[in-house]
Design a protein around this ligand. Structure first.
Ligand code: GDP
Length: 214
Protein backbone atom coordinates (compact mmCIF):
# COMPACT_ATOMS: atom_id res chain seq x y z
CA UNK A 1 0.00 0.00 0.00
CA UNK A 2 1.26 3.47 -0.76
CA UNK A 3 2.35 5.71 2.07
CA UNK A 4 -0.17 8.50 1.58
CA UNK A 5 -3.15 6.33 0.70
CA UNK A 6 -4.75 6.78 4.12
CA UNK A 7 -4.12 10.51 4.28
CA UNK A 8 -7.15 12.35 5.57
CA UNK A 9 -7.97 16.01 6.11
CA UNK A 10 -7.59 17.24 9.70
CA UNK A 11 -7.75 21.02 9.88
CA UNK A 12 -7.22 24.32 8.08
CA UNK A 13 -5.29 27.11 9.75
CA UNK A 14 -5.17 30.78 8.97
CA UNK A 15 -2.90 31.75 11.86
CA UNK A 16 0.02 30.00 13.49
CA UNK A 17 -1.85 29.65 16.77
CA UNK A 18 -4.46 27.55 14.94
CA UNK A 19 -1.93 24.92 13.89
CA UNK A 20 -2.07 21.47 15.50
CA UNK A 21 0.37 20.85 18.37
CA UNK A 22 3.96 21.11 17.19
CA UNK A 23 4.81 17.43 17.69
CA UNK A 24 5.27 14.47 15.40
CA UNK A 25 6.67 14.75 11.90
CA UNK A 26 5.33 16.76 9.00
CA UNK A 27 6.20 17.39 5.38
CA UNK A 28 4.97 20.53 3.68
CA UNK A 29 4.09 21.03 0.01
CA UNK A 30 4.57 24.52 -1.38
CA UNK A 31 4.18 25.92 -4.88
CA UNK A 32 2.82 28.66 -7.08
CA UNK A 33 -0.90 28.58 -7.73
CA UNK A 34 -1.54 26.41 -10.75
CA UNK A 35 1.87 24.72 -10.51
CA UNK A 36 0.11 21.36 -10.07
CA UNK A 37 0.44 21.00 -6.29
CA UNK A 38 -3.10 19.67 -5.65
CA UNK A 39 -2.79 17.24 -8.56
CA UNK A 40 0.55 16.01 -7.20
CA UNK A 41 -0.88 15.49 -3.69
CA UNK A 42 -3.86 13.63 -5.15
CA UNK A 43 -1.63 11.51 -7.37
CA UNK A 44 0.70 10.60 -4.51
CA UNK A 45 -2.20 9.72 -2.22
CA UNK A 46 -4.08 7.84 -4.98
CA UNK A 47 -7.10 9.93 -4.04
CA UNK A 48 -8.98 12.08 -6.49
CA UNK A 49 -10.27 14.65 -4.09
CA UNK A 50 -7.89 14.82 -1.16
CA UNK A 51 -6.23 18.13 -2.01
CA UNK A 52 -9.49 19.33 -3.52
CA UNK A 53 -10.39 20.17 0.04
CA UNK A 54 -7.70 22.84 -0.13
CA UNK A 55 -9.37 24.35 -3.17
CA UNK A 56 -12.77 24.84 -1.63
CA UNK A 57 -13.69 28.50 -1.46
CA UNK A 58 -12.24 29.93 1.72
CA UNK A 59 -9.66 27.21 2.13
CA UNK A 60 -7.42 28.06 -0.81
CA UNK A 61 -5.46 30.58 1.19
CA UNK A 62 -5.05 28.47 4.31
CA UNK A 63 -2.57 25.96 5.66
CA UNK A 64 -4.31 22.59 5.28
CA UNK A 65 -3.25 19.62 7.39
CA UNK A 66 -3.70 15.98 6.42
CA UNK A 67 -2.95 13.12 8.76
CA UNK A 68 -0.90 10.29 7.23
CA UNK A 69 -0.60 8.00 10.28
CA UNK A 70 1.01 7.77 13.64
CA UNK A 71 1.71 11.47 14.28
CA UNK A 72 2.85 12.03 10.68
CA UNK A 73 1.25 14.73 8.59
CA UNK A 74 1.25 16.24 5.16
CA UNK A 75 0.80 20.01 5.05
CA UNK A 76 -0.55 21.82 2.01
CA UNK A 77 0.65 25.44 2.14
CA UNK A 78 -1.28 28.24 0.42
CA UNK A 79 -0.39 28.55 -3.26
CA UNK A 80 1.45 31.78 -4.01
CA UNK A 81 1.76 34.12 -6.96
CA UNK A 82 -1.93 34.29 -7.86
CA UNK A 83 -2.57 37.84 -9.04
CA UNK A 84 -6.19 37.96 -7.86
CA UNK A 85 -5.43 37.36 -4.18
CA UNK A 86 -6.14 40.59 -2.24
CA UNK A 87 -2.98 42.35 -1.09
CA UNK A 88 -3.93 42.09 2.61
CA UNK A 89 -4.01 38.29 2.30
CA UNK A 90 -0.70 38.27 0.43
CA UNK A 91 0.83 40.40 3.18
CA UNK A 92 -0.55 38.06 5.84
CA UNK A 93 1.14 35.02 4.28
CA UNK A 94 4.36 36.93 3.62
CA UNK A 95 4.56 37.37 7.39
CA UNK A 96 3.20 33.98 8.44
CA UNK A 97 4.90 31.52 6.08
CA UNK A 98 8.49 32.43 6.98
CA UNK A 99 7.70 31.93 10.67
CA UNK A 100 6.12 28.53 9.96
CA UNK A 101 9.04 27.45 7.76
CA UNK A 102 11.70 28.70 10.14
CA UNK A 103 10.27 27.70 13.50
CA UNK A 104 7.96 24.73 13.17
CA UNK A 105 9.82 21.90 14.93
CA UNK A 106 7.72 19.11 13.39
CA UNK A 107 8.50 20.29 9.86
CA UNK A 108 11.19 17.88 8.69
CA UNK A 109 11.19 18.51 4.95
CA UNK A 110 9.81 20.78 2.25
CA UNK A 111 8.57 19.72 -1.18
CA UNK A 112 8.32 22.56 -3.67
CA UNK A 113 6.10 21.83 -6.64
CA UNK A 114 7.33 23.67 -9.71
CA UNK A 115 5.72 23.83 -13.15
CA UNK A 116 8.63 22.64 -15.27
CA UNK A 117 7.80 25.14 -18.01
CA UNK A 118 8.25 28.10 -15.62
CA UNK A 119 11.28 26.68 -13.82
CA UNK A 120 12.07 28.22 -10.41
CA UNK A 121 10.39 31.58 -9.88
CA UNK A 122 11.25 34.38 -7.50
CA UNK A 123 8.56 33.23 -5.05
CA UNK A 124 9.90 29.64 -5.06
CA UNK A 125 13.30 31.13 -4.24
CA UNK A 126 11.77 32.96 -1.31
CA UNK A 127 10.48 29.68 0.13
CA UNK A 128 13.98 28.27 -0.25
CA UNK A 129 15.49 31.33 1.39
CA UNK A 130 13.23 30.89 4.39
CA UNK A 131 13.62 27.14 4.81
CA UNK A 132 17.10 26.24 3.55
CA UNK A 133 19.06 27.74 6.47
CA UNK A 134 17.51 25.08 8.71
CA UNK A 135 19.55 22.46 6.83
CA UNK A 136 16.57 20.17 6.56
CA UNK A 137 15.95 18.52 3.20
CA UNK A 138 14.21 20.13 0.26
CA UNK A 139 12.83 18.22 -2.72
CA UNK A 140 11.79 19.90 -5.96
CA UNK A 141 8.99 18.21 -7.84
CA UNK A 142 9.21 19.44 -11.43
CA UNK A 143 5.72 18.64 -12.46
CA UNK A 144 3.87 18.75 -15.81
CA UNK A 145 7.03 17.21 -17.25
CA UNK A 146 4.80 15.58 -19.88
CA UNK A 147 4.57 19.05 -21.44
CA UNK A 148 8.25 19.03 -22.48
CA UNK A 149 10.31 16.66 -24.58
CA UNK A 150 12.39 14.22 -22.53
CA UNK A 151 15.60 16.05 -23.50
CA UNK A 152 14.28 19.46 -22.57
CA UNK A 153 12.84 18.12 -19.29
CA UNK A 154 16.17 16.56 -18.29
CA UNK A 155 18.04 19.76 -19.19
CA UNK A 156 15.67 21.81 -17.03
CA UNK A 157 16.11 19.33 -14.17
CA UNK A 158 19.91 19.77 -14.31
CA UNK A 159 19.65 23.56 -14.48
CA UNK A 160 17.30 23.77 -11.53
CA UNK A 161 19.46 21.45 -9.41
CA UNK A 162 22.56 23.51 -10.20
CA UNK A 163 20.76 26.73 -9.40
CA UNK A 164 19.63 25.51 -5.99
CA UNK A 165 22.93 23.90 -5.09
CA UNK A 166 24.81 27.07 -6.01
CA UNK A 167 22.58 29.18 -3.78
CA UNK A 168 21.76 26.97 -0.83
CA UNK A 169 23.46 23.58 -1.05
CA UNK A 170 27.02 24.48 -0.32
CA UNK A 171 26.76 27.48 2.01
CA UNK A 172 24.03 25.96 4.16
CA UNK A 173 24.72 22.24 3.59
CA UNK A 174 21.02 21.87 2.83
CA UNK A 175 20.27 18.50 1.25
CA UNK A 176 18.41 19.29 -1.94
CA UNK A 177 17.08 16.85 -4.50
CA UNK A 178 14.92 17.26 -7.59
CA UNK A 179 12.98 15.02 -9.95
CA UNK A 180 10.65 15.03 -12.93
CA UNK A 181 6.99 14.38 -12.18
CA UNK A 182 3.74 14.16 -14.10
CA UNK A 183 0.34 13.74 -12.51
CA UNK A 184 -1.16 13.34 -15.95
CA UNK A 185 1.12 10.49 -17.00
CA UNK A 186 1.60 9.17 -13.45
CA UNK A 187 5.36 9.52 -13.75
CA UNK A 188 7.82 9.97 -10.89
CA UNK A 189 5.50 8.61 -8.20
CA UNK A 190 7.93 6.00 -6.87
CA UNK A 191 10.82 8.49 -6.64
CA UNK A 192 8.68 10.99 -4.73
CA UNK A 193 7.34 8.29 -2.41
CA UNK A 194 10.87 7.08 -1.66
CA UNK A 195 11.85 10.59 -0.59
CA UNK A 196 8.76 11.03 1.60
CA UNK A 197 9.26 7.59 3.15
CA UNK A 198 12.92 8.34 3.88
CA UNK A 199 12.07 11.66 5.54
CA UNK A 200 9.25 10.24 7.61
CA UNK A 201 11.37 7.40 8.90
CA UNK A 202 14.13 9.76 9.98
CA UNK A 203 15.08 9.92 13.61
CA UNK A 204 13.70 13.18 14.93
CA UNK A 205 16.60 13.47 17.38
CA UNK A 206 19.02 13.82 14.48
CA UNK A 207 17.10 16.60 12.76
CA UNK A 208 18.69 20.03 13.10
CA UNK A 209 16.83 22.36 15.45
CA UNK A 210 14.98 25.46 14.32
CA UNK A 211 17.18 28.51 13.94
CA UNK A 212 17.54 30.54 17.09
CA UNK A 213 15.52 33.73 17.08
CA UNK A 214 17.65 36.81 16.36
P1 GDP B 1 -2.38 23.94 -7.96
O1 GDP B 1 -3.04 25.28 -8.07
O2 GDP B 1 -0.89 24.08 -7.82
O3 GDP B 1 -2.95 23.06 -6.90
O4 GDP B 1 -2.57 23.23 -9.38
P2 GDP B 1 -3.58 22.07 -9.84
O5 GDP B 1 -3.16 20.76 -9.32
O6 GDP B 1 -4.98 22.50 -9.61
O7 GDP B 1 -3.27 22.07 -11.41
C1 GDP B 1 -3.41 23.24 -12.22
C2 GDP B 1 -3.70 22.81 -13.65
O8 GDP B 1 -2.60 22.06 -14.18
C3 GDP B 1 -4.93 21.90 -13.78
O9 GDP B 1 -5.59 22.23 -14.97
C4 GDP B 1 -4.31 20.50 -13.87
O10 GDP B 1 -5.12 19.59 -14.59
C5 GDP B 1 -3.03 20.77 -14.62
N1 GDP B 1 -1.97 19.79 -14.25
C6 GDP B 1 -1.57 19.46 -13.01
N2 GDP B 1 -0.58 18.54 -13.05
C7 GDP B 1 -0.36 18.26 -14.36
C8 GDP B 1 0.57 17.39 -15.04
O11 GDP B 1 1.37 16.67 -14.47
N3 GDP B 1 0.52 17.43 -16.42
C9 GDP B 1 -0.35 18.23 -17.11
N4 GDP B 1 -0.29 18.20 -18.44
N5 GDP B 1 -1.22 19.06 -16.48
C10 GDP B 1 -1.24 19.08 -15.13
Amino acid sequence: MCLLQNASFIISANHLNELPEDEGLEIAFAGRSNAGKSSAINTLSRQNRLAYVSKQPGRTQLINFFSINDGKSLVDLPGYGFAKVPSAIKAHWQKTLPVYLQERKSLIGLIIVVDIRRSLTELDMKMLDWFAPRQRPIHLLLTKSDKLSRDKALRTLREVKNQVEASWGIPFKTPCSAQLFSSLKKQGIKDAEDIIQKWLSSDKNNIPNPMPKP
